[in-house]
Write a protein that binds this ligand. Structure first.
Ligand SMILES: Nc1nc2c(c(=O)[nH]1)N[C@H]1C(S)=C(S)[C@@H](COP(=O)(O)OP(=O)(O)OC[C@H]3O[C@@H](n4cnc5c(=O)[nH]c(N)nc54)[C@H](O)[C@@H]3O)O[C@H]1N2
Ligand SMILES: Nc1nc2c(c(=O)[nH]1)N[C@H]1C(S)=C(S)[C@@H](COP(=O)(O)OP(=O)(O)OC[C@H]3O[C@@H](n4cnc5c(=O)[nH]c(N)nc54)[C@H](O)[C@@H]3O)O[C@H]1N2
Ligand code: SF4
Ligand SMILES: [Mo]
Length: 687
């Protein structure tokens, strides 16, 4: 009997990017484990990925191409061959291109996998060559990314283990127990050494439960909280004037603006007490090193960009950037930036197509995007009907008779239901890829462990078939996954010091490698901004039409959707990460569904009582956009006025809709950001 151990990478949208070891017997995977040699994984996988083989060998895996035979959404399919599928897709595209031009085709992908080949390159090369519409990829982190880059220059963060040097950690709008589990052992170890942990979240998450202190501000008010803290730091002389003079631009103007945020005003905006804000500021100003840790949940509202800007300013005031155990931990994404030309091959392509904001998919399909209108949608590595905002509009758009939709998937998802052609996709065990983590400083290689199930093909393989059928014979569209990685690695490595001394061969054989970071981010107060300093005042933001200073915010989280009920009866719905799913991935897996329990809505006792809702009752959550049904959990874990229901449920398993039937497709303050959490809803008992 042949028995092999194959090293791979967890492909899911998670900052940890674990190393996985798959045990394979006679071509079949029989076990998966966390890679013990992987510096972040350290031998264990999270609750979601431990049962990965149930995902890979799920009885519902798509195994061959399908063509729709009934009306759109009717669930009637006919098996076809790959040759037929590719001929039909490219035939339709030729007609569409002849009539409307290639921009009438919109590829839609996001985070089913984060692999270099199967996501990044598969989202660029073929589409660039075709001149298709481009997708503005702003569903997750666009505002925070722009805020951090404008302020500090790059998204640099210390490795998880550096938290052992921190005396104070402020976990701000982030729930790492669910969303970055491998950070937690390091945090616990720091706590045992006396590190104090503050959690700032409108609800008492498991992470907040394990903190030393939990503050629950109103959602979207974090910028005002940060400004209030900064006000106190300055009023009490806890800031470092000399450091500010030397290493920042815009300090005098920001200082003036801080006058607008005495603790009483910050308290009124955030719903915290003045004393909470003063105590937090004092603790932050007197504990060093102090680390602020954020992720992306905090930026999914109308003020997301400016809120993150204000938070980024706090370590500036206390001179905590460049200090081991201090500063900001957000993302490591900008240490290694893959060579743009090698990824995209722009030089071999027609002028780039126009950009369509992914958060406006429904609106775009229904006519917001014109000249040309969108006539074909190609979805892969994404499940927009379940995961993108204002889903009722997406479904309405996908039902358009003249829209030709292809969905490349592992499963018949809520999105695949509306396709004209469905193509079967490989899982991570069946494909090759390279993964750069966004939360850690490791690169992890994914070797293919097993042959594809049935007739499944990887994203990149399908790109090659489509390219060939469209008559594009360019060799960079027909490389193997290994060749793609080799080309991009070679083009990137020379000009990228963090990759120096690492060879691809080494990475392949060892499975994972840490990139070279010899010092704490921003050591010596050096910032990769145009001025070389922290840009408290940002000309780059001013040029984009934003306030160049942090501290001016949209008033309410009003997303402008009418309902027939009075607005004082509305509640703000947060839809953060589920513990047992990654977005909608895994939310069709029985064991994980069982562990996550019935889809629920956390509601404060006061808000429940006003509506005569009791624990365990079924409720309808609704607004002008749509509705969904949930089980009420009456708990003071959420603040009054706020309700919470984790994202990721498959609508078709929940009576036809999920929380995204209510979420707004309005855009945030920066970079076309999604505003899932800026969502007003009404609630009633299900009759
Ligand atoms: N288990 C699991 N892990 C995941 C994911 C998943 O779906 N499930 N998703 C992955 C993805 S795509 C991402 S982007 C990351 C996100 O990682 P996180 O940002 O950690 O995840 P979220 O749960 O979206 O948001 C974190 C917290 O922010 C709170 N929050 C919401 N609005 C506000 C606000 O205005 N202010 C404050 N202070 N808090 C607020 C929510 O209550 C929530 O507890 O996680 C990744 N990891
Ligand atoms: N209400 C609410 N909704 C949210 C959020 C929120 O905070 N609140 N957060 C948003 C965030 S942060 C994100 S990142 C998005 C994520 O949204 P999406 O990127 O749409 O993620 P998923 O819903 O997990 O869908 C990914 C799909 O890709 C498929 N897939 C996996 N691997 C492959 C592959 O190799 N090839 C192909 N072709 N398919 C594959 C999976 O089967 C799955 O159906 O969700 C957003 N949705
Ligand atoms: S989802 Fe995150 S924690 Fe779980 S195995 Fe994947 S990378 Fe690791
Ligand atoms: Mo995300």
């Amino acid at each position: 009997m042949e028995r092999l151990l194959i090293r791979g990478a967890c492909p899911h949208d998670c900052p940890d990017t674990c190393g996985i070891v798959t045990e394979v017997e006679n071509g079949r995977a029989v076990a998966v484990r966390g890679d013990a040699d992987h510096a972040v994984t350290r031998g264990w996988l999270c609750a979601k990925v431990r049962p990965y083989l149930h995902h890979v060998y799920h009885p519902d895996r798509l195994q061959y191409p399908l063509r729709r035979v009934g009306p759109k959404g009717s669930g009637k399919w006919q098996r076809i061959t790959w040759d037929e599928a590719i001929a039909e897709i490219t035939g339709r595209w030729r007609e569409i291109i002849a009539e409307f031009g290639a921009e009438a085709i919109l590829p839609y992908s996001y985070s089913g996998t984060l692999g270099l080949v199967q996501m990044i390159v598969s989202s660029t090369r073929l589409w660039n060559r075709l001149g298709a519409s481009r997708l503005e990829r702003s569903i997750c982190c666009a505002a925070a990314e722009l805020a951090v880059q404008a302020t500090l220059g790059k998204r640099w963060s210390p490795p998880y283990s550096e938290v052992l040097a921190s005396r104070l950690v402020v976990i701000w709008g982030h729930n790492p127990i669910a969303t970055a589990p491998h950070f937690m052992p390091f945090l616990r170890q720091a706590q045992r050494k006396g590190c104090y942990v503050v959690a700032i979240d409108p609800r008492r998450t498991a992470t907040a439960h394990g903190a030393n202190c939990h503050l629950a501000p109103r959602p979207g008010s974090d910028g005002a909280l940060a400004m209030g803290m900064a006000h106190v730091l300055v009023a009490e002389g806890l800031h470092d004037e000399a450091w500010l003079d030397r290493h920042t631009i815009g300090w005098p103007s920001l200082r003036e603006r801080l006058a607008e945020y005495p603790p009483c005003r910050a308290a009124a905006i955030t719903g915290l007490t003045e004393d909470d804000i003063i105590q937090l500021a004092r603790r932050y100003g007197t504990s060093r090193p102090s680390l602020i840790k954020i992720a992306d949940g905090i930026n999914r509202n109308r003020n997301g960009g400016q809120n993150v800007r204000a938070i980024c300013a706090l370590p500036v005031l206390t001179a905590q950037y460049g200090v081991r155990g201090g500063g900001l931990s957000y993302s490591t994404s900008d240490y290694v930036t893959w060579d743009d030309e090698a990824l995209n091959h722009w030089r071999d392509c027609p002028p780039p197509g126009r950009s369509v904001n992914m958060n406006r998919l429904g609106a775009a399909l229904l006519g917001e995007v014109q000249n040309p209108p969108i006539r074909s949608l190609y979805v892969f590595g994404a499940n927009p009907v379940a995961s993108s905002p204002n889903a009722a509009r997406i479904v309405e758009g996908m039902r358009r008779e003249e829209l030709f939709t292809v969905v490349h998937e592992l499963f018949l998802t809520d999105t695949a239901d509306y396709a004209d052609i469905v193509l079967p996709a490989t899982s991570q065990l069946e494909q090759t890829d390279l993964h750069k983590a966004y939360g850690t400083s490791l690169l992890t290689y994914n070797h293919r462990a097993i042959p594809p199930l049935g007739e499944c093909k990887s994203d990149w393989e399908v790109m090659g078939l489509l390219a060939r059928a469209l008559g594009f014979d360019d060799d960079w569209l027909h490389q193997s996954a290994e060749e793609v990685i080799e080309e991009i690695w070679t083009a990137t490595t020379e000009s990228c010091p963090p990759l120096h001394g690492i060879s691809l061969a080494q990475l392949k054989s060892e499975g994972s490698k840490a990139i070279h970071l010899d010092e704490t981010p921003f050591a010596g107060g050096r910032f990769p901004t145009p001025s070389g300093k922290v840009e408290l005042y940002s000309t780059a933001l001013a040029e984009k039409g934003h306030d160049p200073l942090p501290g001016r915010f949209h008033a309410a989280e009003d997303d402008g959707e009418a309902s027939d009920l009075p607005s004082e009866e509305s509640l703000q719905l947060l839809t953060p990460a589920s513990h047992h799913f990654v977005s909608s991935s895994f939310a069709n897996q029985l064991g994980l569904l069982k562990n996550e329990g019935t889809a629920f809505l956390e509601i404060h006792p006061r808000d429940a009582e006003r509506r005569s809702i009791e624990n365990g009752q079924s409720v309808v959550v609704y607004n002008g956009r749509g509705s969904c049904r949930l089980r009420a959990v009456v708990t003071d874990a959420v603040r009054p006025g706020v309700v919470c229901s984790p994202k990721g449920r498959w609508a078709k398993l929940e009576g036809g809709t999920n929380v995204n039937w209510t979420t707004p497709d309005a855009l945030g303050d920066f970079a076309g950001q999604s505003t899932f959490h800026g969502n007003r809803v009404w609630i009633r008992l299900l009759d």
